[in-house]
Design a protein around this ligand. Structure first.
Ligand SMILES: [Cu+2]
Length: 391
């Protein structure tokens, strides 16, 4: 830990994580470890409190299980049986704040939050081989439909965050500054980098920076990795980074679809916070492409007859796959991994795992309105459906 700056929460977590390995290897030393953690907690009391709470939870004799569905606005304690107190990703803080995304900034100005369609078009490549991205982590109310404003945790104030488009070997020079009320971080799945350093959390008002060069082309997820990841990802902190191969793919109309789930509490003052216990139960209220249910039914994706159409489909989850299908069409090519290799042909549906991304191509040789869906229809009915209009 640096001596000339205040400690970051992530520093404490990293130290606690190293300590925990030692503590676990010596049975009986757990109290000693927790005492040390509490001393660290004097610097940031919340961390010590969380670790103590984890310890108490371990000892709890009664376990309250989250119900499978319908328990809106649940504020019950997170069931210890669903926690993983030994992983750094899950140890940290979910007992230190309420299991809800209702932080102050996420609720502020909700009445003026405006709906906008998330543009699915892949932005063009820049001319430079270096992308300098200085993003803000913001907690903000986001209007995702005419009737729903969520207490969002976001990158750059939207759900999903911005689409990043680059090439294999480009330099991504990334900085995240936390403007929210709690720590956040950034995990690019297109990076190969020491996560303990690069993906560490930054405290409110602080920043984290790192540089990486994507090695493989494809459609990759990015997301906040701060603990609990489920809560941060499930509250809106995700997006897509599209990495082109060195030799460009055939010219096409290119679109990015990031699927996500929402797990929402009842509205309070017009805002619905995400509910961590519902996230654990994995029965979402909505499943969306690009953060808004049914938005591409209301305003379809338009292409011309004869166009090659390429969908970069990323599943942000946090827990469910996207079983991507276009009604009335077939994909001539699906890239399971890095294009142009890994292609399979003549595909009706393919499942994109949460945390994964794939590329789906077809030639729009028939005019008409073609619904694209998550063919897991329990999810399609909850909003993961849109229309591709071939004119
Ligand atoms: Cu976050």
């Amino acid at each position: 830990m640096s001596s000339h700056r205040p400690p970051l929460l992530s520093d404490l977590l990293a130290e606690a994580s190293e300590e925990s390995v030692a503590a676990r290897s010596l049975s009986g030393n757990r109290r000693q470890f927790l005492a040390k953690a509490s001393r660290l907690g004097l610097l940031l009391p919340v961390a010590g409190a969380a670790l103590e709470a984890c310890y108490k939870d371990e000892k709890a004799s009664t376990v309250s299980k989250p119900t499978a569905q319908g328990d809106s606005a649940s504020t019950a304690a997170i069931a210890p049986s669903h926690q993983n107190p030994d992983s750094r990703a899950d140890t940290a803080l979910h007992t230190a704040h309420t299991p809800s995304s209702a932080t102050g900034p996420a609720l502020a100005g909700a009445s003026s939050a405006a709906f906008h369609r998330y543009d699915p078009a892949l932005p063009p490549l820049g001319s430079s081989r270096t992308l300098t991205l200085h993003w803000k982590a913001k907690e903000a109310p986001i209007k995702i439909s005419a009737s729903t404003v969520v207490a969002g945790w976001t990158f750059e104030g939207d759900i999903p965050g911005p689409i990043v488009h680059c090439r294999v070997g480009d330099t991504i020079d990334f900085t995240l500054t936390v403007e929210g009320a709690i720590p956040h971080s950034m995990d690019f799945h297109a990076a190969q980098i020491d996560p303990k350093t690069a993906f560490r959390s930054a405290a409110p008002g602080q920043s984290v920076s790192y540089t990486f060069r994507p090695k493989y082309p494809g459609a990759f997820l990015y997301h906040c990795g701060s603990a609990p990841v489920l809560m941060h990802l499930g509250s809106g902190m995700f997006g897509a980074i599209i990495v082109d191969p060195v030799e460009p793919l055939a010219a096409a109309k290119e679109f990015v679809l990031v699927q996500n789930e929402y797990y929402l509490a009842a509205a309070a003052n017009g805002v619905q916070a995400s509910d961590y216990n519902k996230m654990l139960a994995m029965n979402p209220d909505m499943v969306c492409f690009n953060g808004r249910p049914n938005q591409y039914i209301d305003a379809p994706i338009r292409v011309k007859r004869g166009d090659r159409v390429r969908f970069f489909v990323v599943s942000a989850g946090p827990s469910h796959p996207c079983n991507f299908h276009i009604v009335g069409e077939q994909f001539d090519t699906v890239y399971l991994g890095a294009p142009p290799t890994s292609a399979i042909h003549g595909v009706q549906t393919f499942s994109v795992a949460p945390g994964g991304g794939m590329i789906f191509e077809l030639v729009a040789d028939v005019a008409g309105a073609f619904p694209f869906v998550n063919h897991g229809f329990g999810h399609g009915q909850k909003g993961a459906i849109g229309v591709m209009l071939v004119e």
